[in-house]
Design a protein around this ligand. Sequence first.
Ligand SMILES: [Zn+2]
Length: 76
Amino acid sequence: MIRVYDFKCSECSYIEEKYVRSDSRESVCSKCNKLSQRQLAAPMSKLDPLSGDFAGATIKWSKQRQKQLQAERSKS
Ligand SMILES: [Zn+2]
């Protein structure tokens, strides 16, 4: 499976996103060509509404929005 991960260079601390196999933990820094280590958090999870804290936030938001809509409807 190919996913996007953050890689941080152990030499110059440059962070970049790379498409790699989900089991690859190391890559090569595009700035200095040294080894860069995969970071734990995958940036894709921020965009995926079904994963992590974001899902909770989305559900909270939509519940609040429903309440708002109901309140607006009952006014008119
Ligand atoms: Zn580097």
